[in-house]
Design a protein around this ligand. Sequence first.
Ligand code: ADP
Ligand code: MG
Length: 386
Amino acid sequence: MSLIELISAGYIYPEASMAALSDISLEIREGEYVAIVGNNGSGKSTLVRLFNGLRLPSSGTVRVDGMDPGLRVNLFHARQRVALVFQSPVDQIVSTCVEEDVAFGPSNLGLPREEIERRVDRALATVGLGAERSRPTRSLSGGQQQKLAIAGSLAMEPECIVFDEATSMLDPGSKDVLLGLMDALSADGMAIVHVTHDMDDAARASRIIALDNGRLVFDGKPGEFFGGSVAASLAGTASPAEAIGLKPPKAVQAARIFGIEARIGEGPRSLAERAAAVLLDGKVQRAESATSAQAKAQAWESVSVSDDPAFSYEDVSFSYLHGTANEVKALSDLSLKLPAGRRVAFVGATGSGKSTALQLLDALLAPSSGRVISLGKDTSDPSLDL
Ligand code: ADP
Ligand code: MG
């Protein structure tokens, strides 16, 4: 069943001339992880305030848990089902002591004392504030205050928590902790709605809703929103994100630079490995030198892989003082191709064999076994004059 449902909902602030939201239809289902994005003033905060009856639509319909939050009898239920966590943690704290603050909501539900205690314990443990339960709320850091606000929401045992730019005032470390908490709550089956202007954070969600000037302009998967197709980006076709002036996540930007397909949620290591494979194939170089957009696109799509290396090591081993008691093995079974026209870095600890490998390339040294091909010639060939 849908938890939140909007049908052609609109909102106009009193005395405003323009609508803050127009004709919004959407559904948030149980357990979903949704990011809401859009430029400043696009209506994100107004929209999420409709999600639990904090504001009521000027036109259209909103249903929370199937009920109209505009009716007084339902409003309380709506607030309990869908919790909101805002940008500024201080504004959300109501008590002077941590555990009292978390107990505030459940106490208002008129629950028995043991049940309130159970909920407070559980909520504090979930956000990792168990050790701070007796501390004055004023003594908490910004990140801890935001965790406290979340604990307060969790103690209501909602089905959905909406975070409205809740990480934007936090330091990077606290922000990561909070994002991890959102992921964990989502994995536990809670619906998460994350309003954010950080596209890397938005890409963690499984669905993106984008607003522009109070209108819903996109509702779908992050991959579609940020556009992964290299051909499309080269042909100048803007992704839905770019169409409203939002830059894609850093990993998507990096994938485009390397001319490889973007994969939402991919880690840096995997991206780097894919990029390295493409660079070594020489695809990037060819596509970069293409002059027209069409030629570039074709180069990216269809350039065949060059297997014409400038230098190659084939099962190369090398020992200094070969055959003596002081023999030192510097290279063992090295197989490697170095493509033409590329800069390649040889890295490794002192004594790992970098200089030996280079000296084999210009035949200053000859391999003890295996072959070194340098600019098409076998360096062991005695007739060579390198
Ligand atoms: P966002 O969260 O995406 O930045 P908001 O929902 O805060 O956008 O704002 C949407 C529109 O409503 C903007 O034009 C903004 O100026 C206007 N607005 C927001 N809050 C109020 C308010 N309290 N009174 C009048 N206008 C408001
Ligand atoms: Mg806002």
